[in-house]
Design a protein around this ligand. Structure first.
Ligand SMILES: [Zn+2]
Length: 314
């Protein structure tokens, strides 16, 4: 493990047997966590230059924004239970120039995160390549931890997925099959009443949204193709998944359909719409999962919105 890995929540539960009682599987009352996406070091300059296929040869702005996010999150009370980064950690694709420097500088910026707030990493298309291969997945895993895994926090089961395997598995069908098999086990156990650990809620984290606004919208660069989208929606609903958190769109979007909340959060880094650099505050209560995007400035100066804070005192 790299030297800064002590702040990273590594995948301990890819093989979740359900045989051992995880102390975090027990509900202990309301809590909050932070969901963020797309620090994507290098995109802001590449976007301004109109060369998004290039690696982006400067990333000081994104480093600064990431540090600001970390500072704002560190001072929150009560402390978030974890912070999840939903992919596109860096802009440079695997095996391209600037990749190493961007990864190194992102790790350095995140190192200031309070040790009591574990970081959870999700892989994005820029982290793995649009068509991932066994080699790019392996590179990601050695830099950031497993590309899919689950963990418990305060009675809630969290599933981290590699959405690139849903998007294009042509160069790594075996990896796609392995994630499918694992996911099926997770979903069936989470909804099985015979399991010793019944989650209060089940949440999913992935980079590419299932959809941006409506489950039946047309295929697009920013959503998952209709066939795989519908199948995941059906499986998630059947397993009682309450919300899917994503990024990739660099704008806030999403919608709640059939009891499943599809949450699309804008970026820490480059904005492609009218949102500001920010992160999403998620409050988990016994009955619901409530979330709201906060700009970095707002979070730093005012903390979590008061109505959300009140839910945490209940
Ligand atoms: Zn992306």
């Amino acid at each position: 493990m790299a030297e800064s890995d002590d702040i990273f929540l590594r995948a301990k539960h890819r093989i979740y047997t359900g045989l051992t009682e995880d102390p975090e599987s027990v509900w202990n009352g309301p809590f909050c966590f932070i969901q963020a996406a797309d620090p994507q070091l290098g995109l802001m300059k590449a976007w301004r230059d109109g060369d998004c296929d290039g690696g982006g040869d400067e990333w000081a702005e994104e480093v600064e924004l990431t540090k600001r996010a970390v500072e704002a999150v560190n001072q929150l009370r009560p402390r978030p239970r974890f912070m999840v980064l939903c992919g596109d950690l860096v802009h440079a694709m695997p095996d391209t120039p600037y990749r190493g420097g961007q990864e190194r500088d992102l790790k350095a910026a995140l190192k200031g995160t309070d040790p009591s707030i574990p970081l959870v990493f999700v892989s994005g298309n820029h982290d793995l390549g649009n068509t991932p291969t066994p080699s790019t997945v392996e590179q990601y895993c050695s830099a950031w931890g497993d590309d899919y895994f689950s963990f418990w926090v305060g009675g809630v089961l969290c599933l981290v997925l590699n959405s690139q395997l849903f998007y294009d598995d042509s160069a790594c069908p075996q990896l796609k099959d392995a994630q499918e098999k694992w996911l099926e086990e997770q979903l069936s156990r989470s909804s099985s009443s015979s399991s010793s650990m019944v989650p209060k809620h089940v949440l999913v984290f992935q980079h590419i949204p299932l959809y941006l606004k409506s489950p039946d919208e047309e295929d697009d660069y920013f959503n998952l193709q209709k066939g795989v989208r519908q199948s995941l929606l059906d499986r998630f609903k059947k397993a009682g998944v309450k919300a899917v958190f994503s990024g990739h769109y660099h704008r806030n979007a999403g919608g709640c359909h059939g009891g499943l909340d599809m949450v699309v959060s804008s970026a820490i880094g480059c904005q492609l719409g009218d949102d500001t650099h920010g992160v999403r505050v998620v409050v988990v209560t016994a009955d619901s999962v409530i979330h709201r995007y906060h700009s970095l400035e707002q979070l730093r100066t005012q903390g979590i919105d008061e109505d959300l804070r009140k839910l945490l005192q209940a």
